[in-house]
Design a protein around this ligand. Structure first.
Ligand SMILES: Nc1ncnc2c1ncn2[C@@H]1O[C@H](COP(=O)(O)OP(=O)(O)OP(=O)(O)O)[C@@H](O)[C@H]1O
Length: 363
């Protein structure tokens, strides 16, 4: 059975004022992991999820989920027959039912396919045992959302759709819920389509990234590949930056630092991570990377890597440019003023030193 999701949709919404919106997507997505769908407001992210859920009927759509055809020229599986879980921005729990009964409802919908062991596993995974006897208005926003995710899992979905599940939560609640999503990805082999506006969430969670712009696919691929591309139609602005995965080599408890190795070299980073982890995901923002022609010791910058300039593209304003740098098998990007680029005569093909002022462990 192929481990992928083939989604092809074309839909046009007419508008009275002549500003019709057209979604035109043809994508082959991985059949596991977290697939982030990113784009500006109005780029078509929710419309794409609705097409996948079968809520938006399209005549010539095509959707195959890990070998199972949900829609093609001849077939259209109605929403209730698609084995999918849908988690919305606001947890859509039944307000008159306690947490446990909300889960019970999902169990009935799963047609008794969910074993008690599985129910316990989901409750433990989402850490919701203490709130099961509370009604939704007696739970925090984060707790409601965790119950909503648990409910979606009990349907035993083959695909989980999440439409900005953290958008209505404050930063503290977001931080509280993100580890649960990471555990969900690690423990369940369900592909998750995760719509988000937040580049931080994408950097932290996504394995694969689909960028939508005005209803079309602007870029797609492994998250580290897409984030290192310059000249996407929608720049990432101040959030431009890459994600690298590295291996923990050493922990320095005196200075609270960790040394990680990746294909391009080594980095020292503030050690705010889970001590047990052997692999860490690191986000390096372009604005935290500067370039030097020679390796210099007399700076406060802890990390210096030999890199090759690959490409120079537009920055977030006229004064700046983004520079794509090859570092071993990885890429990083630097945001520099055009004046500095001219002064140092930086051009594609040059070998220079990237100085990384700061980088954050995101996972
Ligand atoms: N049923 C509809 N009829 C007409 N236009 C629609 C309909 N549904 C969505 N649209 C339009 O399609 C466009 C894409 O909407 P969609 O909700 O998919 O965007 P989005 O990327 O999810 O935006 P946001 O991030 O703001 O939620 C918008 O311009 C919207 O007004």
């Amino acid at each position: 059975m192929p481990d992928n999701i083939r989604a092809r949709f074309h839909i046009a919404f007419p508008s009275e004022r002549g500003q019709s919106f057209c979604l035109d997507v043809d994508a082959m997505l991985p059949g596991s992991g977290i697939i982030a769908i990113f784009g500006h407001s109005g780029s078509g992210k929710t419309t794409l999820l609705r097409c996948i859920a079968g809520l938006q009927k399209i005549d010539r759509g095509r959707l195959i989920v890990n070998g199972e055809t949900w829609q093609d020229e001849k077939n259209f599986l109605p929403t209730h027959k698609r084995q999918l879980g849908y988690v919305f921005q606001e947890a859509s729990l039944f307000p008159h039912l306690c947490g446990r009964d909300n889960l019970e409802y999902a169990l009935k919908r799963s047609g008794g396919h969910c074993q008690p062991k599985m129910v316990q596993r989901v409750i433990a995974l989402m850490g919701i045992e203490p709130v099961l006897d509370r009604y939704p208005d007696q739970m925090s926003g984060g707790e409601r959302q965790r119950v909503a995710i648990a409910r979606a899992l009990l349907i035993r979905p083959r695909l989980l759709l999440m439409d900005e599940p953290l958008a209505s939560l404050d930063m503290a609640r977001k931080q509280e819920i993100l580890p649960y999503l990471e555990r969900l990805r690690a423990e369940f082999a369900i592909p998750i389509l995760y719509v988000s506006h937040s580049m931080y969430e994408v950097a932290r969670l996504a394995d694969y990234l689909l960028v939508l712009d005005k209803g079309r696919v602007a870029a797609q691929g492994a998250v580290s590949d897409v984030l290192s591309q310059l000249n996407l139609p929608l720049g990432f602005g101040e959030e431009a930056g890459v994600v690298l995965t590295g291996k923990v080599l050493e922990r320095d408890s005196r200075w609270h630092l960790v040394r990680i190795g990746f294909s391009g070299g080594e980095l020292w980073l503030p050690d705010n991570s889970d001590l047990g982890k052997e692999a860490l995901r690191v986000r390096i923002l372009a604005r935290d990377v500067s370039l030097a022609l020679e390796a210099r010791d007399d700076t406060s910058v802890l990390n210096r890597l030999p890199v090759e300039v690959c490409e120079i593209g537009a920055g977030s304003n006229e004064a700046t440019a983004l520079v794509r740098l090859k570092c071993g098998d990885s890429y990083i990007i630097a945001s520099l003023t055009r004046k500095s680029l001219a002064r140092l005569r930086i051009e594609p093909g040059m070998k220079v030193w990237a100085q990384i002022k700061s980088a954050a462990i995101v996972q």
